[in-house]
Design a protein around this ligand. Structure first.
Ligand code: ADP
Ligand code: TRP
Length: 291
């Protein structure tokens, strides 16, 4: 039987290279062999963005990014999460099968607690219940379409594993397979792509390189990538460098080996490395690569 693949992206900003690498590209590859359902997670966005106009605009941006990256709407179902209201009915049922302790362990929630603790705030400052139960809504998204595979970046892996736990506990309770057990899929080489400041590239951190930027803006952003203060002549470590981390995910093997060599040899300034990255990303931005 044809397997079902499903994934979502929140409309909280313009999709970026991290979204492309972690979700869009693997999802489009899977759509060649699976029945694919890809959606824009507007209710997930509501946890952090309360402005309807912004969510509407970003929903269009995310849809445009999927299409520009090669999604064929004749073959792939692309939809907005809020247009499947049964998802929210299912969410309510799933909440009754989700131990609070499971949600306490979610990395994203724990990171917020930690950041509140670091800045001396109340542990739950800024945490709404939508954010706390975020993985349960993901589980509802996944189960409603009998999903087999969920292509996501590494940061979302744990949420899909939680969906597995919830499905198992539901199935166990009723003694039958009410929900299909989903499998999170990350690229074997999957890593979290760093952003301009070296942290995870994320719409939440304002450190992204958006997809399909005009040449000038793309160049300006790439030139903003933070590097250390090593001078031009010094040999540089490609494995501890944001520029190289991004480059190696998009350039071809020969280009990657060449740039690695130039790092190690010395005599190459950060400006040169950024220029190499710019030229490579320009190729990706200026013409999407339909599969
Ligand atoms: P963001 O963190 O920018 O808000 P989303 O949470 O909407 O992005 O993520 C959509 C998809 O893109 C998810 O599958 C997520 O794992 C993936 N993704 C997001 N950022 C990155 C990154 N920096 N590297 C790899 N994959 C990423
Ligand atoms: N939470 C995911 C993210 O921020 C988006 C998402 C919502 C999702 N529901 C999903 C991804 C279901 C996979 C499956 O990236």
């Amino acid at each position: 039987m044809t397997k079902i693949a499903l994934t979502g992206i929140k409309p909280t900003g313009i999709p970026h290279l991290g979204n492309y690498l972690g979700a869009i590209k693997p999802a489009l590859e899977l759509s060649q062999t699976c029945q694919a359902r890809y959606f824009i997670a507007d209710y997930h966005a509501l946890n952090s963005c309360k402005d309807p106009a912004a969510i509407r605009q970003m929903t269009l941006e995310v849809a445009a990014a999927w299409l520009a990256a090669g999604l064929d709407p004749e073959k792939v179902l692309i939809y907005k999460q809020s247009l499947v209201p049964q998802t929210f009915e299912l969410l309510t049922m799933l909440l009754a099968f989700t131990p609070k302790g499971l949600m306490n362990r979610a990395h994203a929630y724990k990171a917020m607690l930690q950041s509140n603790a670091d800045s001396g705030k109340d542990p739950d400052d800024g945490v709404n219940m939508g954010l706390f139960t975020y993985p349960v809504l993901m589980a509802a998204d996944i189960f409603i379409f009998d999903t087999d595979y969920v292509p996501v970046g590494k940061d979302q892996f744990q949420h899909v594993e939680m969906a597995v736990d919830i499905a198992q506990s539901f199935n166990y309770n009723y003694g039958k397979e009410c929900f299909r057990i989903p499998e999170p899929l990350a690229q074997p080489s999957a890593q979290t792509l760093p952003g301009l400041d070296g942290r995870k590239m994320s719409k939440s951190y304002d450190n992204t390189i958006p997809l399909f930027l005009p040449e000038k803006q793309l160049r300006k952003l790439i030139m903003r990538i933070i590097t250390n203060s090593q001078g031009m002549e010094e040999p540089k470590d490609p494995d501890n460098c944001t520029i190289f981390s991004i480059y190696q995910n998009f350039a071809n093997p020969q280009q990657i080996a060449d740039l690695r060599q130039r790092y190690l040899a010395g005599g190459m300034g950060w400006g040169h490395a950024k220029q190499e990255l710019f030229e490579d990303e320009q190729r990706l931005s200026s013409h999407a690569r339909p599969l």
